[in-house]
Design a protein around this ligand. Sequence first.
Ligand SMILES: [Zn+2]
Length: 505
Amino acid sequence: MSASTQTEPDLVDYDEVLTRYEPLIGLETHVELGTASKMFCGCATTFGAEPNTQTCPVCLGLPGSLPVANEAAIESTVRIGLALGCRIASWSRFARKNYFYPDIPKGFQTTQYDEPLCTAGHLDVEVDGETYRVEIERVHLEEDTGKNLHVGGATGRIHGADHSLIDYNRAGIPLVEIVTRPISCAGAKAPEVARAYVAELRDMVQSLGVSDVKMEQGSLRSDVNVSLAPIGSLEWGTRTETKNVNSLRSVERAVRFEMRRQAAVLDRGGRIVQETRHFHEDTGTTSPGRSKEEATDYRYFPEPDLVPVAPDEEWVAKLAASLPELPAARRARLTEEWGLSPTEMAWLVNAGALGLVADTVAAGASPSDARKWWLGELARRANDAGVELAELAVTPRQVAELAALIGAGTINDQLARQALDGVLAGEGDPAAVVESRGLAVMGESDELGAAVDEAIAGAPDVVAKVQGGKVQALGALVGAVMKTTRGKADAATVRRLLEERLLGS
Ligand SMILES: [Zn+2]
């Protein structure tokens, strides 16, 4: 039976899964480092270059070529390990992982096997106010593979394709693999903990500046391991490994789906096959890939062409001392500085707005103004446009400028939204848009006086009510003036002018 026609059992309701089984999850995350050159040669690493233009005899695995390890990549890996609280090995070697596949031109991948650079760390993640400690087993350095492009099939996978093309530009790009120990403490929150871990790891790596961590471009991708054990059982179940999940949402969905699918298989007395699986973004489901029942013999052996890596203690200490403020510490500091509750901070983080708000505050806005704009008007617009907040065509500096214009009384909130329209349309900075669109609040002018007179003349019944003592009817007249001035008048000024004319006060 082919993968595409294999029928899947019904899924068990998520809540029901938890009445009978305990989930165990684990994550193996690959991070492409942002080094200028590849891991073992001088080739460039630019994303999206013309296929096979960033290659040389070393990364193509041609006979006689010799690799040289990229020092910047080793340093980046050690910094990741230090940020995760890992032990840094004083002696570490590369190894050959032998297997044949078209995207691996040498017939082996240069990786690390039993002598990784970093071991035994941890990363704390927070879900719904609870902290979960994720233990890190190892962090090692390896090279990425090339990229197969299967042409002609419906799915983009090899099944049904007419032919395949290979792009070796990615072959040899330094890749850090971060492997967790099995996570058993998450229980019902397993999908959320998996997601929160990848998010925290991404932010941490980003804060180190060693990778652009763009999940949609594959520079950070996770393999998601899931297994179930009957509650009270002493043995863990067989696990599946869903490969290359490349968004936070998909990580969460993949765990949830596998738990529901595996429970259905176990419920009807079936057994879980140890295999790799593919995640499908469109349906939120996984399907079987390669079976791992027969453990592949990779015949690992130490790479004879590379010298061992022996990080000097002093150098490691220097790197440790120069680590930047990490995301957890930064969140704690900003929560305090901005006077937020932990829940308010969690909202900012979940909305992907923390960095934007921090940059807006750094550009001079108050924390409350910055939060108001990014979580309110801008979040709405991003949502309407179906993009991330950070993708909106407005910078934190421009948002700070908008807030400053309101603070100075140049514009009001409504005019600020119109100014924002202009900024998003590429008309320039807020002050320039206010100028070019004529959005500044109207001072007390002849023009405003005329608008007030016009409103009074146009509504004699309202005027009668106001003069008869129903002062709250004034609101209708204020509204009329705001309408004729297209929101540019200051409501308090308008009210005062109306009162002067109608009540003589
Ligand atoms: Zn090369």
